[in-house]
Design a binder for this molecule. Structure first.
Ligand code: DTR
Length: 339
């Protein structure tokens, strides 16, 4: 009886000791990261941010804690890159279209080359970045990249022909704005969150973006028409302050590196599915009319964009960037990933 008693005490002590000695992350060891994002929490850049946070916290067994800041509460749309470089946030999510001259290589993904959806777009954008490793990202660690689904016209007035779009004030940025200009519209540049007020005040008559915003920003309440163009995507990047990255333990870095492509694909997939939901909701709950261009009309619209890739190659080669090779690579990657 006595022996059993000592035996049990022994087991109890050993268990207690091993619990203390096990490599549980102590409070001091926990890495806390601030993650800034510019649009409101329910929108897709923030949905992917929460997914990344959850995965990183899970896969590092709580060694990393990510504090997320949606809605521009830590950094805004236009100072995201510089804010992360300066260390105002550890991580930031940015839309490259807001600084088209800064992200020349990756913004080539916004040329009208026929990216069919956000999943293909996101994987193509990642491969493009990996292959060319553009200088503009040298000061940060890139954690992932992704794109929107192709863009469409959402407007308060119906746009059925090129005549209807002539001079129409529509919100767009970057490569997408150039497309609108080629069709004769008047593109008005502003970050997505500013569009809500611009539409309400009548500063713009509509916008040109992927269609999930009809639901997420409730644009379907004011824009009762969608002209289906399925043209270009908007590219995004998630970047981390380089010193912060270098300070992370190797195993944490590995978790984040392993997530780069997976996160791109996850986000593309989420976007593609969410666009379908938003279209259904816009039609059923909001009575939005979806305008399909006739074959001839579509051919006219497409013809207006023919010059764009060639012009971009000319302009960009002049800056010493291998523009022709980039466009050739993009076309090949799009074909491969679309299979
Ligand atoms: N229109 C593009 C991209 C974009 C599409 N959906 C959202 C939602 C929230 C922010 C941006 C976007 C743009 O403004 O960057």
């Amino acid at each position: 009886m006595k022996k059993i008693g000592w035996f049990l005490i022994g087991i109890f002590t050993a268990t207690l000791l091993s619990a203390f000695m096990a490599p549980m992350p102590s409070v001091a060891e926990t890495v806390k990261l601030n993650y800034a994002n510019f649009p409101p929490a329910p929108t897709f850049p923030c949905v992917q941010m929460e997914r990344w946070k959850t995965e990183v916290e899970k896969r590092t067994n709580g060694k990393v804690l990510v504090n997320t800041f949606p809605g521009g509460t830590l950094l805004g749309a236009k100072n995201m890159m510089d804010g992360v470089i300066a260390g105002q946030a550890d991580i930031g999510c940015l839309s490259m279209a807001y600084q088209p001259g800064r992200f020349v290589v990756t913004n080539a993904s916004s040329l009208p080359l026929g990216i069919p959806n956000a999943t293909v777009g996101s994987l193509v954008l990642w491969d493009l970045y990996q292959k060319y490793q553009p200088e503009e990202f040298a000061k940060v660690k890139v954690l992932t990249m992704f794109t929107t689904a192709p863009t469409n016209i959402m407007s308060k007035v119906p746009v059925r022909t090129l005549d209807d779009i002539k001079g129409l004030d529509l919100r767009a940025s970057g490569g997408a704005a150039k497309i609108l200009a080629a069709w004769g519209a008047n593109p008005v540049g502003m970050p997505m969150p500013a569009t809500v007020e611009a539409l309400q005040k009548g500063v713009v008559k509509g916008l040109y973006s992927s269609l999930e915003v009809m639901k997420d920003f409730k644009f379907a309440e004011t824009c009762k028409y969608v002209t289906v163009t399925d043209t270009v995507i908007y590219p995004f990047a998630v970047v981390m302050n380089m010193d912060k990255w270098n300070s992370l333990p190797k195993d944490v870095q590995k978790v984040m590196d392993d997530l780069r492509v997976e996160q791109a694909q996850w986000t593309g997939n989420y976007m593609d599915n969410h666009v379908k939901t938003a279209i259904e909701w816009s039609k059923t709950n909001q009575g939005v009319e979806f305008i399909q261009l006739s074959k001839e009309e579509k051919a006219n619209w497409d013809a207006k964009l023919d010059f764009m890739a060639t012009k971009w190659i000319g302009d960009t080669s002049a800056k010493g960037i291998p523009a022709q090779a980039i466009v050739d690579d993009l076309k090949r990657m799009i074909a491969e990933k679309s299979k």
